[in-house]
Ligand binder design. Structure first.
Ligand SMILES: Cc1ncc(COP(=O)(O)O)c(C=O)c1O
Length: 334
């Protein structure tokens, strides 16, 4: 079940989902509007709404479209019991095994199954839960969640799905009948401390811009808004045409890595000072041949998104999803 919500984690849901469509058993999104977009793009895989209906008024559309629902709350169950859709709706029942976000109390599994089974317009596919700490292979909490899930549904019919990307990589016991990768599909590491390359992943997204100015600054010159970086020596600095107006993280600080493709070779150099809306400034000491027009990679091929995210105090998901409409997309092999 490929997670393509959030515009396929910022990669472009229409293109990504169409490319995955024939290789997956289902596509997963957060909301009906996202599902409609995938259908418009020609996708034929079943589409799972990971948060189910967001209001009761969606039930008829969901039934008519044949989308699959995750059922996680009593108000949804009551709405579905009261509905009389033209065709049956397939549902996964979600149990809260410790994430404390969505899902029913595991003790209610048997009762929930009885209620769903009593509705001729509902078809029970199986059981879902979500892992809270699967990105840390050393955290025993995942095993607790697996135990709670297994005990709650022991002997009950239906398929099982537990693992997101972190669960797929770090927790084989979580693989069950269906896995639900998101981040892994996009080539970033879902496990803390494990670089993407060590897992055989390739970045799906590379964000590039260009050097638009190369400057020689004197010792003592303060760079950018707030003058937060002060040159401690005469320095050659470059200005790159990217900023928070493009989705480059505003909180990336001095030292965030940036890859310059200079004529004399590629060099990873540190960012200096604050991120502006349209620009960042970089230290070109280690890229002396850099010149205006050189390609600059902000993350992706050659520069791990995890490293950039860490410097910005965030996660790769956030960077991927945060690109703005000003960024021009080019989909390779699409
Ligand atoms: C229920 C559910 N399953 C799977 C995923 C995919 O997660 P990941 O991108 O960590 O693989 C998500 C994403 O948040 C989710 O909410």
């Amino acid at each position: 079940m490929a997670a393509v919500k959030g515009d396929a984690y910022g990669h472009g849901a229409r293109v990504v989902a169409a490319a995955l469509d024939s290789d997956v058993d289902a596509l997963a999104v957060a909301a009906l509007e996202e599902a409609v977009e995938l259908t418009d793009a020609g996708c034929e895989s079943p589409i799972v709404l990971l948060e189910g209906i967001l209001d009761a008024g969606e039930i008829d559309d969901v039934a008519a479209r044949g989308d699959v629902l995750v059922l996680h709350d009593d108000w949804q169950l009551a709405a579905l019991e009261a509905a009389r859709p033209g065709t049956a709706i397939a549902v996964w029942i979600k149990l809260d095994t410790g994430m404390n976000r969505l899902g029913f109390d595991p003790d209610r599994a048997k009762d929930l199954l009885a209620r769903v089974s009593a509705c001729s317009h509902l078809e029970h596919i199986g059981w879902m839960t979500h892992l809270a700490r699967a990105d840390d292979p050393a955290d025993p909490f995942t095993n607790q969640q697996l135990d709670v899930f297994a005990q709650a549904i022991e002997g009950l019919p239906g398929q099982r799905t537990i693992a997101n990307s972190g669960g797929m990589v770090g927790w084989p016991a979580a693989h069950a009948d269906w896995v639900r990768p998101g981040l892994l599909l996009y080539g970033a590491s879902p496990v803390c401390g494990k670089p993407a390359e060590s897992l055989g992943l390739q970045p799906g997204m590379t964000v590039r811009s260009r050097l638009i100015s190369v400057r020689n600054l004197a010792a003592g010159a303060a760079i950018g808004y707030g003058g937060t970086y002060v040159c401690d020596r005469p320095m050659q600095v470059g200005v790159v045409a990217v900023g928070y107006g493009d989705g480059y993280p505003r909180h990336a600080g001095t030292g965030t890595p940036v890859l310059i493709q200079a004529a004399g070779g590629a060099a990873t150099v540190p960012m200096l000072g604050r991120v502006s809306m349209d620009m960042i400034t970089v230290d070109l000491t280690d890229a002396p041949s850099a010149q205006v027009g050189d390609t600059v990679t902000l993350w992706g091929e050659g520069l791990s998104i995890e490293a950039v995210a860490e410097h910005a105090g965030t996660i790769s998901y956030d960077l991927m999803c945060g690109l703005t409409s000003r960024v021009r997309y080019r989909h390779a092999n699409a």
